[in-house]
Write a protein that binds this ligand. Structure first.
Ligand code: NDP
Ligand code: GDR
Length: 341
């Protein structure tokens, strides 16, 4: 019988790539979708017609229990979150509830539905394997570079703090109940399906608009921030490998190479034959209350134990995104009403 996966955050960037990957692997894929009329639902159905949809919300414990009871998954991937860092200052409590407490609710739903009673820990309690989408934002103000699985956390945003809670809780359920519960500490990963609020997609869309004469400038915040950017399609494969491993362990996933926002802009404008310095305007209002200056992964453990490696380079990623946005806007899509899928 096909293995069955339940994905929260199915309407997001990673949810779409992960669902495609699992379907290719012969899985039966179920996606948790929230809301009465989720606007991303029709796009999801169009792209992922083989995914079965269940309604639920990470804010609603009962809904998660019902979903796990109904789907009876072999694997649960918890990708649902408020994931945009600046929003986590504006709606800090909601971020704590969805991005942090949502992990608790999902773990409790799995624990209850798989009959793991409190105190009944020990090796491999319950059958459902759980993946938590942890983040390099937990490292925040870094104490060492590159960052590995043992690097201390110093989160710099309510988002990073909420992710750290989810991370430690996943570890705690593994230790308390013997559940197969793991976290992937993923560094920034991008694609043509990335939300337009994140810097890579903001830049690729901005370049495409300028190239096509639809805009004259691109406003950005901190150009000196450095990130380890990879391709989302590569990273979802690591999530799947973690749940297929012999032992439940956490892994850092990234490329091991850093670039600044300035270098990102330079590469993206160059990919369209433009000089970035003519168009980029820095805007103080886009700076964050507390910045994460640099992040760089040390993915040695994932390479050695999972055989995982990123395939798409930074330059290939930037070209892929710029080309996709040029095609999107050339095809007549209203730039203010674009469809990132
Ligand atoms: P997106 O922002 O693209 O997707 C977030 C998803 O969460 C959406 O499907 C959204 O659904 C869902 N969601 C939001 N609120 C709720 C809720 N209350 N209940 C259920 N679902 C909800 O994120 P990504 O795909 O980029 O990231 C996936 C996960 O990985 C996130 O947890 C993110 O924090 C984490 N992460 C991402 C990294 C990256 O670089 N992309 C790096 C490290 C970690 P809806 O359509 O309803 O809004
Ligand atoms: P990040 O991604 O905060 O790292 O979180 P984002 O792309 O938003 O920012 C990256 C860096 O770019 C700087 N920056 C700008 N950012 C945005 N969004 N818009 C701008 O105009 C701009 N100008 C400069 C930022 O200050 C920052 O330093 C992403 C999310 O996917 C999280 O959910 C995930 O956990 C982490 O990556 C790993």
């Amino acid at each position: 019988m096909a293995r069955r996966a339940l994905i929260t955050g199915i309407t997001g960037q990673d949810g779409s790539y992960l669902a495609e990957h699992l379907l290719e692997q012969g899985y039966e894929v179920w996606g948790l979708v929230r809301g009465q009329a989720n606007p991303r639902m029709s796009r999801m159905r169009r792209l992922l017609s083989d995914v079965q949809v269940v309604r639920g919300d990470l804010l609603d414990q009962g809904s998660l229990i019902s979903v796990v009871e109904r789907v009876q998954p072999d694997e649960v991937y918890n990708l649902g979150a408020i994931s945009f860092v600046p929003m986590s200052w504006e709606q800090a409590e909601l971020t704590a509830e969805v991005t942090g407490m949502g992990v608790l609710r999902m773990l409790e739903a799995i624990r209850v539905c798989s009959g793991v009673s409190r105190g009944a820990g020990g090796p491999a309690s319950g059958q459902i394997r759980f993946y938590q989408a942890s983040s390099s934002e937990m490292f925040g103000q870094v104490s060492e570079t590159p960052q590995n699985e043992a690097t201390a956390f110093h989160p710099r945003s309510p988002y990073g703090v909420a992710k750290a809670y989810g991370h430690f809780l996943t570890q705690n359920y593994r230790e308390s109940y013997g559940m197969f519960a793991v976290s992937g500490i993923l560094f920034n990963h991008e694609s043509p399906r990335r939300g337009a609020e994140f810097v890579t997609r903001k830049v690729s869309l901005g370049v495409a608009r300028i190239k096509l004469g639809l805009a004259g400038e691109l406003r950005l915040g901190n150009l000196e921030a450095r990130r380890d950017w990879g391709f989302a399609g590569d990273y979802v494969k690591a999530m799947h490998l973690m749940l297929g491993a012999a032992k439940p362990e956490d892994y850092v996933i990234g490329t091991g190479r850093m670039k600044s926002v300035r270098e990102l802009a330079e590469a993206a404008f160059a990919a369209a034959g433009l000089d970035w310095e003519r168009y980029v305007v820095t805007d103080q209002t886009l700076h964050r209350p507390a910045e994460v200056d640099l992040l760089c992964a040390d993915p040695k453990k994932a390479r050695a134990q999972l055989g995982w490696e990123p395939r798409v380079s930074f330059d290939e990623l930037v070209s892929m995104m710029v080309d996709a946005d040029l095609r999107l806007l050339t095809n007549g899509t209203d730039p203010d009403d674009y469809d990132p899928w």
